[in-house]
Design a protein around this ligand. Structure first.
Ligand code: G3P
Length: 496
């Protein structure tokens, strides 16, 4: 039974409503979309299959609400964000249990995601007041041939309507990382939650609603990507798109037109292990980085490139740790839980079979029950294998042995996806040089790749993204520069 706090988001039909103009509503389509629990492959929830007409209505309301919202003082916006953060903490459990059911995220990690999201909103409120509260004045006489008779007031103004599309693996945290900065900057948001994770997203939106945000400032549309996907991302009312997900983002960016884009797509994050590395440290980070949330993180370690001299020793440290990982259901907080869908499980299995056919050595056996895949470690992987290049987004970790670090860097830079990477060495000078040479958005030295802490810049190169995230960068990205030039009549009253 939904708590009173969340009661209004569920329709008598049993399907969750969508959120428009401060109201929870059922779609005129009368249709719903079934949300399947990846662990049971049974329908767990139903949400509204919204129509293109409802999308139009939502954008219309968003546009008109934005004018008023942009006039709301920064301190007031910050106050409301903090209120939403407090409600997220107070009502976290139902959201976390949705994550367990919808995306098979282990229960402890699910709760962590919600609390992390509340922290992100608090930080955004404080940082937003600082960053967005600043403007600057330029004087005309610093440019040759100009007198002191022009003053340029440079301010930051909202973009307008931001379309936020978070991924299934962080439907709450990577929603607030878009919504928080967008609202703080005076934009309004149309949120299109991922299909898997949509109900957690709707519960999160209720926290913003109950926090007292004005009607129409945050709206949530649900439905089939095939019916409203392109209609949303190419809609003329969109002033900015912030998307996190797979290579769908590439087609969105191609169709989006003249709007700022914040795109964070996949990663084939390499882990380079030098011959002087602390192998215990490397092994610990490789296992945690490679298998947390069953490898379904864009920052997961997805390829180990280890110097041949230390490969055997590294492998001997990794294998027992992988064998200790618990495999099972998210509600039991297992380390490895079912992957998001049958399609994903099939894709991952395809990559493993390709490696098997081409002679990879299995350090742990590949086993599958439905969407549940046992953690698989493969050694002697070669560039001829798809696993050396493609992102499994699952509990599969390939190891490539290299003769030189240069060879490892070359492999890293050859891939079109270039989000993050890491290097293990005890020589900091060398680490910095290697980081310089690796063409990825971030390089972690002596730790596994990670997006957080959430005020750090986070960006992908090449096909891994456009723009940069991280709270401050997202705030900066959600505004545009406005110049007001005061042309003074008189030159000056310089005395004497
Ligand atoms: O999209 C980023 C996400 O997949 C990884 O985030 O915090 O697990 O490194 P994180």
């Amino acid at each position: 039974m939904a708590s009173d706090f969340y009661g209004e988001i569920l329709a008598p039909s049993g399907a969750y409503k969508y959120f428009i103009n401060g109201d929870w509503k059922e779609s005129a389509s009368g249709k719903s979309v079934a949300i399947v629990n990846p662990s049971t492959r049974q329908t767990a929830y139903n949400v509204q299959a919204c129509t293109q007409a409802e999308v139009n209505e939502m954008f219309e309301i968003s546009r008109s609400s934005q004018k008023q919202w942009a006039q709301t003082p920064l301190w007031k916006r910050a106050e409301l964000l903090k209120k939403a953060a407090t409600l997220l903490r107070e009502h976290a459990l139902p959201i976390a249990s949705c994550l367990v059911t919808e995306i098979a995220k282990p229960s402890r990690d699910s709760m962590t995601e919600v609390i992390r999201s509340a922290d992100l909103l608090d930080y955004t409120a404080e940082e937003g007041v600082r960053v967005l509260g600043q403007g600057k004045i330029l004087n005309s006489d610093s440019f040759p041939g100009n007198g002191r008779n022009k003053l340029c007031l440079v301010s930051k103004v909202a973009l307008g309507v931001v379309l936020a599309i978070p991924p299934f693996n962080y439907p709450v945290n990577l929603a607030v990382s878009k919504i928080g900065p967008a609202l703080m900057a005076g934009n309004v948001v149309v949120l299109k939650p991922p299909t898997q994770g949509v109900v957690a997203g709707l519960h999160m939106a209720q926290c913003f609603h109950k926090a007292g945000f004005p009607k129409g400032v945050l709206n949530v549309i649900t439905g089939k990507g095939s019916e409203i996907g392109d209609f949303l991302t190419t809609h003329p009312s969109v002033n900015c798109i912030s998307f996190t997900g797979g290579d769908t983002g590439i087609s969105i960016s191609k169709k989006a037109g003249m709007v700022p884009l914040q795109m964070e797509l996949g990663g084939k994050d390499v882990c380079i292990v030098c011959e002087d590395a602390n192998l215990d440290l490397a092994a610990k980070h490789i296992v945690k980085g490679g298998f947390s949330y069953s490898g379904q993180r864009c920052t997961a370690v997805k390829l180990v490139l280890v110097h041949d001299k230390v490969a055997d020793e590294l492998v001997s440290k990794i294998v027992p740790q992988v064998q200790k990982l618990s495999v099972g259901m998210p509600e039991n907080d297992c380390d490895i839980t079912p992957v998001i869908s049958e399609t994903s499980a099939n894709f991952i299995q395809g990559l493993v079979l390709d490696a098997k056919e081409k002679g990879a050595k299995f350090l742990t056996e590949f086993k599958r029950e439905g969407n549940l895949l046992w953690p698989t470690l493969l050694d002697h992987v070669t560039p001829a294998m798809r696993l050396a290049w493609e992102e499994p987004f699952g509990p599969v970790l390939p190891i490539v042995r290299v003769q030189t670090v240069e060879q490892a860097i070359e492999h890293c830079n050859k891939n079109n996806i270039a989000l993050q990477g890491c290097v293990f060495t005890q020589d900091i000078n060398r680490a910095i040089m290697i980081s310089d040479a690796m063409e990825t958005g971030t390089v972690q030295i002596n730790a596994a790749p990670a997006r957080g802490p959430d005020h750090f810049p986070f960006q992908g190169f090449r096909d891994s993204g456009i723009g940069s995230q991280g709270i401050t960068n997202s705030l900066e990205m959600m505004v545009k520069t406005k110049s007001t030039v005061i042309n003074l009549e008189a030159e000056s009253y310089a005395m004497g």
